[in-house]
Ligand binder design. Structure first.
Ligand code: HEM
Length: 529
C-alpha cells in the first residue's frame, strides 16, 4: 500500500515529552500542576468568575481573513496534516498544557488539552449524549445527501444527540455482550488460520513477507468484520484477488473514506459549499458501501426466515439485531458503521503490534512462552476463557497502544461552558485529547520512554488512567473494542505460537495517515519455532 501523505522523520521512537515547566524530581505526580476542580464537582459561579478569559488561552495566532487554516496548507504553512502527531507535541512544548487553535475556516476552534486530570474531568461530566466532533462530511452524507436512506436513525458514527443515543441503545447490548463476542472465537480463529496459510504461501525463501503485507492485514481485518457485521465470508484472503474484485474494492473504499476525511475536513472545507471532485468521489464511495451492506443484510434476512432458533444463543450478532429490531435498515446502518471504522483501525493497530513484536524479541519470547503455557495443544480450538488468561500478551498490546497510540487522539465538543486549566472555555469549542502525547508524558507515566508491558500487570501507581485511552471512554467508548481485542488476541495466539517474527530491513518510521502506524513495507520475517 503506497502512503501518499508525507511522513515525518525521526519517529522510529515515540516522542517523549519532558516539559521543563513540569520537570520534577522523585514521584512525577507529586509536584505537577493539578486540576483545581474535582472530577465530578459542579462548576460554581465562583469558579467561573475566578477563571481567566478564553481569549487568553495560549496558541498560534490566527491572521486576518485566512485565520489559522493556512498553517495546514503545504509549502506556506508550518504544519502538514500528516504531521498532526508532531504538531500536537510542538504545541505542548511551545504553549503548555492547554492550547487554542482558533480561526479555522468553516469550523470551531480546536482546544488541545495535555492534562490527564482535566481530560478525566471532561470525560466524567460529559452527560448522556457526548458529542465527538468527528467526520462532518459523513454527517453531511448521512443527514443531507442520503437522508432518504438514513432518515431518523442514521447510526452512531458522525451522529450526535438524541439520534445517536437512540441508535446506540438499540445495538450496544448485542455488540458489547461478552456472550455475543464469545460466539465469534471459532469464526475469527478460522479466518486467522486462513490468513496464516496465506502468509505461509506469500513469504519468500528467507521467510520475508511481501512489500504489501500491510494490504494483506487489511484483507484479514475485512474478512473478520465481514464475518461479524455481515454474517459472511467475503473471500478477501483468496490468493487471486483482482483489482476489480469485490473484496479489493471494499478495502480500497474503506481506505479512501478514512484517508480523505482528514483532507476534506482539516484543509479548507469548500465541499460544504460546492461539490468538489473529492467530495463527489467521497459520496460515490459511500454509496458503494451502502449498497454492499444492503446486499448482505438482505441475504441474512432470507436465511433467518428458515433458520431453526431455540434460544438467543443460536443467533449471530446480525440476526439478534434483525430479530429484536425487526427493521433491516437498522442492521444495515449498524454494519455500515462497524465496517467504516472497523477495518483501518484494527489493521493499523495490528501493523504496529506485529512490527513491535518483531523488533522487541525479548518481549516476543515472553508472549510465546505464555501462549504455549496457556494453550499447550495447538490442535485444540481456542476458547474465550483461555484467551483471557494471556495476561502478558494483553499487556504487550496495551503498551504498544500507550507508546504508539494508533488513534492519535479523541475529542469532545463542549455542550456547556467549562473551566479547563483555569480558563473559561465557551460551549461549542472542540476539545482534543492528544492521546499520543499524553501517553508518553513523564507527568502521567513513569519512565515513559521504556517499553514495559509489565507496567500494566504490576498495577503501577504512577500511571494515570486517563493518559492513554486507546478506545476512548464513557458512553461513546469504541463500540467494536471487544471484537478488536478478540481479533488481536487470536492473531497473536495463533501466529506467535508457531512462528518467531523478525524484521531485517531499514527501521520504519511511524507516520499519521489517518491512524498512527509504521510507514513503509512491513516485510516481517516468519521463522518456524
Ligand atoms: C484497535 C482498534 C481500534 C481502536 C484503537 C479504536 C478506537 C476508537 C476510539 C478512540 C473511538 C472513539 C471513542 C470515544 O469517543 O470515546 C472509537 C469509536 C468507535 N469504534 Fe473503534 N477502535 C478500534 C477498532 C474498532 C472496530 C474493530 C470496530 C468495529 C467492529 C470499531 C467500531 C467503533 C465505532 C462504531 C465507534 C463509534 C462509537 C460511537 O460514536 O458511539 N472500532 N474507536
Amino acid at each position: 500500500m503506497g502512503r501518499s501523505l508525507r511522513t515525518f522523520t525521526g519517529y522510529t521512537r515515540p516522542f517523549i515529552v519532558k516539559n521543563a515547566r513540569y520537570a520534577t524530581t522523585g514521584c512525577p505526580f507529586s509536584k505537577r500542576d493539578r486540576s483545581q476542580i474535582a472530577p465530578t464537582a459542579e462548576l460554581t459561579e465562583e469558579i467561573f468568575s475566578n477563571a481567566k478569559p478564553y481569549s487568553e488561552v495560549p496558541g498560534p495566532k490566527p491572521i486576518p481573513i485566512l485565520g489559522n487554516t493556512w498553517r495546514m496548507v503545504p509549502i506556506i504553512g508550518q504544519f502538514d496534516i500528516s504531521e498532526f502527531a508532531k504538531v500536537t507535541k510542538l504545541f505542548l512544548e511551545r504553549y503548555g498544557r492547554i492550547v487554542r487553535l482558533g480561526g479555522l475556516i468553516g469550523r470551531p476552534d480546536l482546544l488541545f488539552v495535555y492534562d490527564a486530570d482535566e481530560i478525566e474531568r471532561i470525560y466524567r461530566r460529559e452527560g448522556p449524549t457526548p458529542f465527538r466532533p468527528s467526520m462532518p462530511c459523513l454527517v453531511k452524507y448521512k443527514s443531507e445527501v442520503r437522508k432518504d436512506f438514513f432518515g431518523e436513525l442514521p447510526g452512531v458514527v458522525g451522529v450526535h444527540g438524541d439520534q445517536w443515543r437512540r441508535f446506540r441503545s438499540k445495538v450496544q447490548r448485542p455488540i458489547l455482550q461478552p456472550q455475543t463476542v464469545k460466539k465469534y472465537v471459532a469464526p475469527i480463529e478460522m479466518v486467522t488460520e486462513d490468513f496464516i496459510k496465506y502468509m505461509e504461501n506469500a513469504k519468500d525463501e528467507n521467510g520475508d513477507l511481501p512489500h504489501e503485507f500491510d494490504n494483506d492485514i487489511h484483507r484479514w481485518s475485512l474478512e473478520c468484520i465481514g464475518r461479524v457485521a455481515l454474517d459472511t465470508r467475503l473471500g478477501c484472503l483468496s490468493s487471486d484477488l483482482t483489482s476489480d474484485s469485490e473484496p479489493q474494492r471494499i478495502i480500497d473504499a474503506a481506505k479512501f473514506a478514512l484517508r480523505n476525511v482528514a483532507v476534506l475536513e482539516l484543509k479548507a472545507p469548500y465541499w460544504r459549499y460546492v461539490p468538489t471532485p473529492l467530495w463527489t468521489k467521497y459520496v460515490n464511495n459511500m454509496n458503494f458501501f451502502v449498497e454492499l451492506c444492503s446486499k448482505y443484510i438482505n441475504e441474512a434476512l432470507e436465511r433467518l426466515k428458515t433458520k431453526k432458533v431455540t434460544s438467543e444463543n443460536d443467533l449471530s450478532l446480525l440476526e439478534r439485531v434483525l430479530r429484536s429490531e425487526g427493521d433491516p435498515k437498522i442492521a444495515t446502518v449498524m454494519a455500515l458503521d462497524l465496517i467504516l471504522v472497523g477495518i483501518d483501525t484494527i489493521s493499523m493497530a495490528v501493523c504496529s503490534i506485529l512490527y513491535q513484536a518483531a523488533t522487541r524479541l525479548k518481549q516476543q519470547e515472553k508472549m510465546a512462552e505464555e501462549i504455549r503455557r496457556v494453550l499447550p495443544d495447538p490442535s485444540k480450538p481456542l476458547c474465550y476463557s483461555d484467551l483471557d488468561k494471556l495476561h502478558y500478551t494483553k499487556a504487550f498490546v496495551r503498551e504498544v497502544f500507550r507508546m504508539y497510540s494508533t488513534v492519535i487522539g479523541n475529542g469532545r465538543t463542549l455542550q456547556d461552558d467549562d473551566v479547563i486549566c483555569g480558563y473559561h472555555i465557551p460551549k461549542g469549542v472542540q476539545v482534543v485529547f492528544p492521546t499520543i502525547v499524553t501517553g508518553n508524558m513523564s507527568q502521567f507515566v513513569s519512565d515513559p520512554e521504556e517499553f514495559k508491558p509489565e507496567r500494566w500487570l504490576e498495577n503501577d501507581g504512577r500511571l494515570h488512567p486517563f493518559a492513554s485511552l486507546p478506545y476512548g471512554f464513557g458512553a461513546r467508548i469504541c463500540l467494536g473494542r471487544r471484537f478488536a481485542d478478540l481479533e488481536i488476541q487470536i492473531l497473536l495466539a495463533k501466529l506467535i505460537r508457531r512462528y518467531r517474527l523478525e524484521y531485517h530491513h531499514e527501521p520504519l518510521d511511524y507516520a499519521v495517515t489517518f491512524m498512527y502506524a509504521p510507514d513503509g513495507p512491513l516485510r516481517l520475517r516468519m521463522i518456524d519455532r
